[in-house]
Design a binder for this molecule. Structure first.
Ligand SMILES: Cc1cc2nc3c(=O)[nH]c(=O)nc-3n(C[C@H](O)[C@H](O)[C@H](O)COP(=O)(O)OP(=O)(O)OC[C@H]3O[C@@H](n4cnc5c(N)ncnc54)[C@H](O)[C@@H]3O)c2cc1C
Length: 421
């Protein structure tokens, strides 16, 4: 478990600091490392765009630890190593006749990292991925391995699961699974300008178990990706709400190859080959990018988009594409979807960080009336006190952190700045 340089994030835009990066080969080794550390921060698969994982102190990766996936078919749960990627987990669940309740747009991210930041997919009835966590095993600051479960620790569990890496290093998580039901995915293109009013957006976003709308801030939806459960939803017609069925597979970002994307033929298939936009064996999205995303109340998504639309001409030169998704409310203390059915205003930016950073405050000012909560793993400039005001359970979280990490072993500048030291 010798230390090496931590390097940079997947997109190359975040420098993780001087390190060293430790790579323990077992839970025992991890416990010894934590017990002997005064600072330590975990790295997952490095897909965050914010500095949530960066540190000026030592880091740890679980990449050298055994990757375990133990499915309990009777209980419909899986106990999985924190470093396992969702794509691999979904394949194992499928082989057991089960499925994950939801997935993000890419299957490449780790279960530990996604849970820690409130990663989500899309769907009016789909909660954040962390909401499926039924138990989490954490090596806490003392080096002890503690298990917290939804049933055994109801007072604090909602604070432990989504904790931005502040409470300890997660070694394993137990997730809820659901019976595997086939899904189909279709893409419709070029909706009329009227397609971005509240009513039309609600109709589109409600058309399947998981819907993503891509647009370029020119007043209309360019692509609607609709992922339906075959046993619940009717296939959409070729002409739908003024949009037309895509003649062949498309990529959500202009100029990118469609082979990177999941099946759009409308044929039924496994959920894990329809829910993410991107296939595990290919690069997701563009790579040359930065992402920002804001959660707003779902019923106000039309108004929120309309508020930002006047900035369209300044957004477009910096943008690959924007996406609208929905997330059902959850209870997790630091979840951007806590207590609020949400819609997400997402930007995949070109890698022009200074220009993006200069424009974000104007976008955020226009979103301010909608009390936007930024995605923890993406880039934003909202003032820390404004972010804090969005989290009514922050004091409870601080109390929990005082208990589990009194000496702030797991701190970094990002969490100090946003949530207070
Ligand atoms: C192309 C692309 C598409 C994306 N699509 C989506 C999407 O559809 N939905 C969405 O919500 N987000 C999306 N994201 C963002 C991404 O899902 C999140 O940033 C997520 O946190 C990445 O997980 P990771 O394993 O890479 O974590 P990292 O970025 O490596 O780490 C994130 C945080 O988790 C902590 N952490 C990691 N492992 C552990 C552990 N074992 N114990 C304790 N803490 C840990 C780290 O300390 C850090 O604070 C996307 C990102 C990219 C690059």
């Amino acid at each position: 478990m010798t230390g090496r340089a931590p390097g940079r994030s997947w997109s190359g835009t975040v420098d993780y600091g001087p390190g060293p990066l430790h790579a323990p080969a077992s839970v025992d080794e991890l416990q010894q490392l934590v017990a002997g550390s005064s600072r330590l921060r975990a790295l997952g698969t490095r897909h965050s765009f914010s500095e949530v994982a960066a540190s000026d102190g030592p880091l740890v990766t679980l990449a050298d630890m055994p990757l375990k996936i133990d499915i309990d078919t009777a209980a419909r749960t899986v106990r999985v190593s924190a470093g396992v990627r969702y794509g691999e987990l979904a394949l194992a669940a499928h082989a057991a006749g089960l499925a994950l309740p939801n997935m993000g747009s890419l299957p490449h991210i780790s279960v530990g990292g996604a849970s820690a930041t409130g990663t989500h997919g899309s769907g009016n009835r789909s909660r954040s991925l962390a909401s499926s966590v039924a138990a989490i095993e954490l090596v806490t600051a003392s080096g002890d391995l503690l298990t917290f479960s939804r049933q055994g620790d109801p007072e604090i569990f909602d604070g432990v699961v989504l904790s931005l890496g502040m409470l300890g290093i997660a070694t394993h998580l137990t997730l809820d699974l659901v019976p595997a039901t086939p899904m189909r995915q279709t893409v419709h293109l070029d909706f009329p300008d009227s397609g971005m009013d509240e009513e039309s957006l609600a109709a589109m976003l409600g058309a399947g178990a998981s819907v993503s709308l891509f647009h370029h801030w020119d007043g209309h939806v360019a692509q609607a990706w609709v992922k339906q459960r075959v046993d619940e939803d009717e296939t959409l017609p070729e002409e739908w709400l003024g949009g037309r069925r895509a003649p062949g597979p498309v990529h959500p970002l202009p100029g990118m190859p469609a082979d990177f994307c999941t099946d759009q033929s409308g044929e039924p298939g496994p959920a894990h080959e329809r829910l993410p936009h991107f296939r595990l064996e290919f690069t997701p999205s563009s790579g040359e990018e930065i992402q920002s995303e804001y959660f707003v109340p779902r019923e106000q998504i039309g108004a929120a988009l309309a508020a930002v639309m006047p900035l369209g001409e300044r957004i477009r030169p910096l943008l690959h594409a924007s996406e609208v998704r929905t997330v059902a409310a959850d209870e997790l203390w630091l979840s951007p979807a806590q207590h609020r059915d949400s819609a997400c205003v997402h930007f995949t930016w070109k890698q022009r960080p200074a220009e993006v950073a200069a424009l974000l405050p104007e976008i955020e000012e226009r979103l301010a009336p909608f009390a936007p909560r930024p995605h923890w793993g993406k880039v934003f400039t909202i003032a820390p006190e404004t972010v804090r005001a969005q989290y009514p359970d922050l004091e409870r979280f601080r109390t929990l952190r005082d208990r589990l990490d009194p000496d702030r072993i797991f701190r970094n500048d990002y969490v100090d700045r946003l949530l207070g030291a």
